[in-house]
Design a protein around this ligand. Structure first.
Ligand code: HEC
Ligand code: HEC
Length: 310
């Protein structure tokens, strides 16, 4: 990994500098364009989940281990519920442990909870089912079946000692504020080519080693669908700023995170499974208009975004 990292640095530094300079020239009087030193360092003091070695050697511990395995190798272990080429761990980094990557230890303790997304109080099982339907573009497993039981056991165990009903620091993705001048898709494309394409592919298709994806797809038929939380530019910007480029999180400015997030989320992906009567406009009005910042049902360069790919 260290070889790959040093290679990356050599390749990326000149390209990155030119993007920053180009942005600078266009808005000389706007201080937000000055290359920023990353501000949000990983602060110490996040909740510490127990280590794997502490998983008990009994029936409960076995279920926790099953859940952890499912979380890491979702596609391989539960293919009947996964419609794309993703695993839970692709977005919930470090086996669901990493702060600001929507860690499981901060999630389990916050349910049941009302969700605007489906306008009702959701159990933790229903919340997990939602990630299967949208992030995994699949079919939700039975709430009482072993897949949901195992994932719940894993999340419950990981939150051992955490307070119930109290949002912990590091929950969710901690989104950067929207840049004052908005986001710029063309600039996002340049950044993508310089810092992301190496791993995720020139066309966001991801990369396989053998039959499994080592670098997950960011758009196209094998990625998350148009109903997933990651399709929101604000949400993906938070994920990206804290976690990407892999191993070099916290290096992109707010502006860069928004630009590249917008570039990723203007590309086609599987249709929103809630599509109403085949009508993107109706679906936008009902489900996307109030859902953060997103391009579903919006025209970009004259092309309607949100048509979906199979
Ligand atoms: C494409 C990225 C992605 C993948 C893959 C993914 N998730 Fe998520 N997950 C998210 C996002 C984004 C959110 C926040 C969603 C929102 O705010 O609507 C989230 C939220 C959650 C939450 C609630 C967190 C909280 O604090 O309330 C849980 C639990 C969860 N995911 C579990 C899973 C499980 C289990 C899987 C695999 C079956 C999975 N996720 C796969 C992106 C992903
Ligand atoms: C060194 C390789 C590497 C680079 C460079 C890289 N990524 Fe990633 N990215 C990964 C890996 C690996 C994962 C999945 C992490 C895991 O499973 O633990 C990931 C996950 C993601 C995800 C969530 C999963 C998905 O498929 O939607 C997004 C979004 C993402 N990366 C965006 C970016 C962006 C934007 C950049 C450039 C700023 C970038 N990445 C650069 C390796 C990389």
């Amino acid at each position: 990994m260290s070889y790959a990292n040093s290679l990356l640095v050599v390749l990326l530094v000149p390209a990155l500098t030119s993007v920053v300079l180009a942005a600078d020239k266009s808005r000389l009087d706007d201080q937000t364009q000055i290359p920023q030193v990353p501000v949000k360092k990983m602060a110490p003091g996040y909740f510490q989940p127990p280590a794997d070695a502490e998983i008990p050697a009994n029936a409960f511990g076995e279920m926790v281990r099953k859940g952890e395995a499912l979380f890491i190798n979702t596609k391989a272990l539960a293919p009947e519920y996964v419609g794309n080429e993703m695993n839970c761990v692709n977005c919930h980094i470090d086996r669901g442990r990493k702060a600001n990557s929507s860690p499981l230890w901060s999630a389990y303790t916050m349910y049941p909870a009302y969700r605007k997304k489906n306008n009702k109080v959701n159990t933790f099982a229903e919340r997990l089912q939602g990630c299967f339907q949208f992030s995994m573009n699949g079919t939700p497993p039975e709430a009482t079946g072993e897949v949901i039981t195992a994932l719940t056991a894993y999340a419950y165990w990981m939150s051992t000692g955490a307070p119930t009903g109290k949002p912990l620091p590091g929950r969710g993705f901690d989104e950067p504020p929207p840049p004052r001048g908005g986001f710029d898709i063309a600039r996002g494309k340049l950044l993508y080519e310089a810092q992301c394409a190496l791993c995720h592919g020139a066309d966001g298709e991801g990369k396989k080693v053998g039959t499994a994806y080592t670098f997950p797809p960011l758009w196209g038929k094998n990625s998350y669908n148009w109903g997933a939380g990651m399709h929101r530019i604000n949400t993906a910007a938070g994920f990206i700023q804290h976690n990407m480029p892999l191993g070099r999180g916290e290096t992109l400015t707010d502006q860069q995170a928004w630009d590249v997030s917008a570039y990723i989320n203007m590309h086609e992906r599987p249709q929103d499974p809630r599509l109403i009567k085949g009508d993107i406009e109706l679906t936008r009005k009902r489900y996307h208009e109030d859902d953060g910042v997103n391009l579903y049902g919006v025209k970009v360069d004259g092309v309607l975004v949100g048509q979906g790919v199979k």
